[in-house]
Design a binder for this molecule. Sequence first.
Ligand SMILES: Nc1ncnc2c1ncn2[C@@H]1O[C@H](COP(=O)(O)OP(=O)(O)OP(=O)(O)O)[C@@H](O)[C@H]1O
Length: 355
Amino acid sequence: MSVLIQNLVRCAPGTRKRLLNDVSLDVPTGAFVALVGPSGAGKTTLLRAIAGLDTCESGSLLLDGQKVENMQDRARKIGFVFQNYALFPHMTVARNISFGLDVQPRAMRPSQGKIAARVQELLDLMQLPDMGKAYPARLSGGQRQRVALARALATGPGLLLLDEPFGALDPIVRRTIRSWLRSLHDRLGLTTILVTHDQEEALEVADRIVVMQQGSIMQDASPEELDKEPATAFVMEFLGESATFRGVVQDGWFTPEEDGVLPFAVAAEIAPGPADAMIRPFEITIASADLVQAQTVPISSQGVRNGYRHYLARLKDRTIAVHIPDYTGENVLSESNGVLDISRARLFRDGKRYS
Ligand SMILES: Nc1ncnc2c1ncn2[C@@H]1O[C@H](COP(=O)(O)OP(=O)(O)OP(=O)(O)O)[C@@H](O)[C@H]1O
């Protein structure tokens, strides 16, 4: 199911405060989109608007090209899973899953045999084949979330809306369940919109990331594009650890203000003037004081994590994290002083990308 949103505005009830500020979004059938942004950015508000749970002041929302208000049987075509989505404790797993089918009007409701077959099919899909008779209290958190997903999928929706569905799970289960969700999405040909606080989760599972801030979409791009071309300094900061170096662009060079950081070449056409260069910790290396004529700064090793040796470089007023791939397990930097050498940076002026 495709979702097309144009200029959606929603205000807080009884006020003129905009919770969604002219939001437009085009999600084609089969896409997996992650909505990310700080708390209060409007992610849940947008998801609820798509689900038709809240009305909006202006703008339009089309599902498969149809206005939602005119859509018959919308609830059946959209599946939801929310964080801590409670299963009915007094019903078995199978009854929980079949609930959406059991409550359909008689004329539309499949036969008991068909419902039972559908439930078993979903249990198999969720890798819980023998759990139909169990009660939710007996399940682990990850199993409950999978039952919640099965329940959302029981009516065969084309659109799956997930609001922090894995928030309560531990990191290992969370990682397993998200790769499983991605393959489920592909297998069932779903369109999925996932709200998550976890940037890593968004980057790993989604084909497109929509970054929201204060009720607006700041950027809508693939994970690769967001990494290469973050539209604003906020997007760059939001998507992972970063450092900002103030400096000046002149004649194809960026010269940082601080001592201990080497100038680096930028595209010749970049307009001269003050700018901020933003980097990720792994986009910087440490040059030896013997090789460069520059002021050195103290550097200390912080150990190895995830295949990167972490260093802290002490500039005059702050420390900068530097992550260098560690293939050998040995400390590659023998000196305790060095110069920061930026290998890749994105330039911003007044918070906006300009290179
Ligand atoms: N019914 C309401 N009345 C007034 N303000 C509301 C209402 N619902 C949401 N808000 C406000 O709208 C803003 C966006 O809320 P929303 O829940 O959509 O954010 P979010 O991005 O999902 O945040 P979180 O990540 O914390 O869940 C917040 O400032 C919230 O306080």
